[in-house]
Design a protein around this ligand. Structure first.
Ligand SMILES: [Zn+2]
Length: 324
């Protein structure tokens, strides 16, 4: 049987998603299995069994290569996974070895999860046709990834692309990393929700925001907030606008360093759309030095939660072809 299929895996703290693509990048199917945060090999073996019907049955005779995107510090050359807070049993281990233990000896491509997502967008989503593209992923925290001349920028110590920890104000809000004033402290969902709680505590929230917070309690999320903002609540709009302006500062800094074709904004918070992207553009443009670069597109991601698995399958295909 021809080995003509590429498996892309996206490892999250609770579920591991996968996509199976052919040589043209066409997705043949996918799925997900629960993550066992204590054991990478066991999780990947469960995934291998789940994916077997598409991969030609037992032993996966059609599987040519595996790509795996994983949260944390991933060294794509050595296969080592360093710090990865949501996967305590996976970190500081040979991740490439775990893939081989589950699938046998095949070409393996590894990437950080946001790098995987950007690669997916670059090949099949919002970054199609670009050679230089930056992604900022606004989730619980804020992730980042950079492609320069068609190559993911990994860095000397696998630490490149940490856009969420770009410091924008020395005495800004405290970030999960211990620094103050990181982009993440404003534009991640944790930062946004904290800003809302502060307004409530200070008694300056609007009546409709206070009512929403009372009704939703600990379940209050950024989707609730964007619905309220879209309905016209000025205080909630202001919280998104502040996150957007901070994002705009970061975008301008990135454009002044990298001058990319475009910037892709992904992650759950980005679903707030123009509530964030409008103030982001407005703040970024005057801070960008090269006049021609001021018109660069700042666009929403297109592939949603599938992006990292799609990107990992693409990276697997390129690994099998002998690149990277
Ligand atoms: Zn930080």
């Amino acid at each position: 049987m021809t080995k003509d299929l590429y498996l892309g895996i996206d490892t999250g703290g609770t579920a591991v998603k996968y996509e199976i693509a052919d040589i043209d990048g066409l997705t043949l199917g996918g799925g997900e299995v629960p993550t066992d945060p204590s054991n990478a090999t066991r999780t990947l073996q469960a995934l291998a069994a789940d994916a077997a019907p598409i991969l030609g049955g037992a032993g996966w005779p059609r599987l040519a290569a595996v790509g795996l995107a994983c949260a944390g510090i991933v060294n794509p050359v050595t296969g080592w996974l360093g710090r990865s807070p949501n996967l305590p049993g996976w970190e500081n281990r040979d991740l490439g070895g775990a893939v081989t233990a589950a699938f046998g000896s095949l070409p393996v491509a590894l990437a950080n999860d946001v790098n995987g997502a950007l690669y997916g967008e670059y090949r099949y989503g919002a970054g199609r046709g670009c050679r230089n593209v930056v992604m900022i992923a606004l989730g619980t925290g804020v992730g980042g990834a950079v492609i320069v001349h068609g190559e993911l920028l990994v860095g000397v110590h696998s630490g490149a692309g940490e856009i969420g920890h770009m410091v924008l104000q020395d005495d800004g809000p405290l970030c999960t990393c211990g620094s103050r004033g990181c982009l993440e402290a404003w534009a991640g969902s944790t930062g946004l929700l904290r800003a809302v709680r502060r307004l409530l505590a200070d008694g300056v929230a609007s009546p409709s925001l206070a009512e929403l917070a009372r009704r939703r309690g600990a379940a209050l999320n950024t989707r609730d907030l964007s619905e309220l903002a879209e309905a016209g609540d000025a205080v909630t709009r202001g919280v998104f606008a502040e996150a957007g302006r901070r994002l705009g500062q970061a975008v301008a800094n990135l454009v002044n360093v990298l001058d990319p074709d475009r910037i892709i904004i992904g992650g759950g918070v980005a679903l707030a759309g123009d509530l964030i992207l409008g103030p982001c553009r407005e703040r970024a443009v005057p801070l960008i030095l090269a006049t021609e670069a001021r018109s660069l597109p700042i666009v929403p991601a297109e592939l949603g939660p599938r992006a990292a698995a799609v990107g990992a399958a693409s990276l697997a295909r390129e690994k099998a072809r002998g690149g990277r």
